[in-house]
Design a protein around this ligand. Structure first.
Ligand SMILES: [Zn+2]
Ligand SMILES: [Zn+2]
Length: 291
């Protein structure tokens, strides 16, 4: 085996907002073109971690497209390695409802570790259909604590960072993954950069890549009123906020969790080029990074 094959790595298994692209009920060109052209399909934001040394694999978030994302993981690593655990950011539908496939109707996993913050874990333990997964020991809940690293394998650990978000059901966290050589951040949802008790620019020097919330491009995207109920920093605002960073830090920021209405999600759009020209990146489906 070569060095490349033995290093742990992260792989982007999805780059869209919770509903994916194409988006249910959208007959506009953003989604019709993705129905015609499979290369334009984007699955909900999800990161896979693979450690060939210990033959382990983990998922960060368990989306409604879990079956297809597991297929993707199986294309690039041995399906026999199974899953060693699932880490959940929060209780919005794009981030945990794929757990439904772990029950006896589908995979029937045994004691699969599901790592969640206390409110998130409480929610799963006490509400059907998730409660049944717990009661029947298809999943076993492990409580995360903010800022406390969970060791995964030799030189590989993951740390939840609490972020401000619409926390109706659960807390919301981002995950920082530290590998033997590189570190990355998975931050698919945040309401407002300014409301965070940390700062992305402070974290960036110690990161190699940060996949962050780029849900909406600007305020014109959804018909009046709806955007206020789904707060996210606009991609244009995030770019303005981080544009004064040195280029080597800026290029570590890759926007993900793009809504179907976000024109930067479309290949060759002017908005996509605007993001890239400003020195930022856009998350790519199946992009990998050695850790
Ligand atoms: Zn989301
Ligand atoms: Zn659409």
């Amino acid at each position: 085996m070569t060095e490349v094959e033995t290093s742990p790595f992260a792989v982007v298994l999805g780059t869209a907002q919770d509903g994916g692209i194409p988006h249910a009920g959208c007959q506009k060109d953003c989604c019709e073109s993705a129905r015609r052209e499979p290369s334009q399909v984007r699955l909900p934001a999800c990161l896979g971690l693979v450690d060939p040394r210990s033959q382990q694999r983990w998922l960060l978030d368990c989306t409604p497209e879990f079956p297809r994302q597991l297929d993707r993981l199986n294309q690039i690593s041995d399906p026999a390695w199974g899953l060693s655990g699932v880490f959940l950011t929060h209780a919005h539908i794009g981030h945990y409802t794929g757990l439904i496939h772990l029950g006896r109707e589908v995979m029937g996993t045994r004691s699969l570790p599901v790592y969640a913050m206390p409110r998130m874990a409480q929610f799963l333990a006490h509400h059907e259909p998730w409660k049944q997964l717990v009661d029947q020991d298809h999943i076993r809940l492990h409580h995360l604590r903010a800022d406390e690293a969970v060791p995964l394998a030799d030189g590989l650990e993951i740390t939840p960072l609490v972020v401000p978000h619409r926390d109706e059901i659960s807390e919301t966290v981002a995950f920082m993954i530290q590998g033997p050589d590189r570190s990355v951040l998975h931050l698919p949802d945040i309401d407002d950069w300014a409301a965070w008790d940390r700062s992305l620019p402070d974290l960036l020097p110690n990161l190699d890549l940060a996949w962050v919330d780029g849900t909406f491009f600007d305020a014109t995207e959804l018909p009046g009123g709806r955007m206020a109920s789904i707060p996210h920093p606009f991609l244009t605002d995030s770019m303005a906020r981080f544009q004064s960073l040195p280029a080597e830090l800026r290029q570590k920021i890759h926007f993900t969790h793009l809504n179907h209405s976000n024109p930067a999600a479309r290949p060759d759009s002017a908005e996509r080029l605007q993001v890239l020209d400003a020195g930022f990146g856009l998350a790519e489906e199946m992009a990998g990074l050695e850790l």
